[in-house]
Design a protein around this ligand. Sequence first.
Ligand code: GCB
Length: 607
Amino acid sequence: MLFPQQNSSRNLLDLSGIWDFQADPEETGLQHGYYSSLPQPRPIAVPGSWNEQYADLFQYLGMGWYLRKVHLPASWHGQRIFLRVGSANYWAAAWVNGEKAGEHTGGHLPFAFEVTGLVKFNAENVIAIQVENHLTLTRVPSGNIDGMGGFFSGYPSTTFDFYPYAGIHRLVTLYTVSQTFIEDITVTTDNGGANAHVQVSVRLNGEQVRGRVRLAGSGFAAETEIRFKEGKAQADLEVPSARLWSPENPFLYELTVSAGEDTYTLPIGIRTVEVRGSQFLLNEKPVYFKGFGRHEDFYASGKGLNLPLLVKDYDLLRWVGANSYRTSHYPYSDEEMAMADRQGFLIIDEIPAVSLQVDTPENMAVRLEMCLQQIEEFIARDKNHPSVVMWSVANEPRLPDLKAALTGKADSSFDPVKTDFFHKLISRTKELDPTRPVTLVGQMGMPLEWQAETDVLCVNRYWGWYELGGQLEQAFASLEQELDLLYERFKKPILVSEFGADTVAGLHGQPAGMWSEEYQADFIRGYLDVAARKDFVIGMHVWNFADFQAVQSIIRVGGMNLKGVFTRTRTPKLAAHVLREHWTRPGRQPAEFNHLEVEQGKNNIVS
Ligand code: GCB
């Protein structure tokens, strides 16, 4: 799915702003015609989670209706018109002038419906979007599971700890295309031999015989004709002395495809990724992932697109010396991905299969279908981003009774290995995109064979927090021992994809106790030191970049997960300085970060 754009042949109307909103807990809105008008509307911002905007909606996850009116420019006459929602969590349906345009299931991914036949000119159009986010057993991710207890029990009853924000979370746009239009573009790049190659596949929705592909940038320009057969065409452009995309030099070329009356421009990066032996290669050179697991989360906007925050977060990511992050635990906004391309961040892109429940064959069949849909949709959306270097098909799949699982007493009638469950996710991902490695992020104590087919072993480890809390020396020894055993068994690169400690900003201690800034700093320093001794460890992602809203629970002070190295308002904790010292140490950092070098001796908090 191509991101909508305004250019000489396409038009775009951004519907961000204040819409009308009405909660519909009884779900009678349909029979009362809420798609045309709301009886008691109140204003709401789009994009944005409704939970953050009104206190009485904080815990509300049921049906909600959004409505706004819009006039279309007369110049749009004769063009095809689409309504696109960047994401709505979890189920959504769109209505135009009282007619249903379509519906979509699953959060964090875009959907678009053609509305050409539904819109009016010279009159107001009523756009309504219904959204609901019930937590149910078979949704991905799941919630409200009977008997779900222990650590993660909280309210609302999720299987994960971040807040299940509801609403329209990303841009809603109306856009136009010509009658015959470019439906999809797939770009792959390689740098084998003397020159780089950019392969472009174009799919048209109609009959058109010829088109053109142009690639330009850095003083280079090449253009070629393409010929469509049954709506498809390919081009292979050779780029001598290509400027390769990398975190140090995230150079983007401009690719323009035109066919008939339509044209579309895409920024692309030329680069290769490959797992070889125990290394992860970018442009044939080993890379080290320095960064975080993150969340789309903020006061007032919830999971809603927040552009100033996005820019600020990248500034802080660069300040701290990071070069990568994982989109834990769902695909992030289109705007995030474009920013990563532009600023040179390496992204591990994850579907919303967080705490993927492994229980009965019947439930697993439903979840498998949803995971495959999510894989399909996120690859369609993100495949052309040079920043995306690996796909993650799940985070911490688990048997519902975690404690029983850890002690070997779990009772599950479903074996995901014997039934090829993970194999199906991984092989489908590779089928759709053979160019990127695939991972599945593992939890402490998870059966190791669940990760057998991944290209990179991503492991979340909490020695020193959930296990061996307060005993950091033993924690580091356990980590070291475990990493060695994992490598011995799998002989694959390992990325520690989560490690961290909850920390109350401003809480100090000597000696450092759990929850203090010093404990978090020591914890992170110790993990980095262990990892630095292992040449099969290809990176460290701290959990988490910033404190984030969690469900209410006895392990979440103030309803927050406090493992951020920045607070929710983005103030650095002591650990952020430790990371900065470590990641921007002279000789380690990419050239781009040179100006951020920490002056020796000045940053004495970490000495
Ligand atoms: C994990 C999960 C993450 C949680 C984290 C924690 O393993 O992947 O979503 O937030 O632990 O802080 O407990």
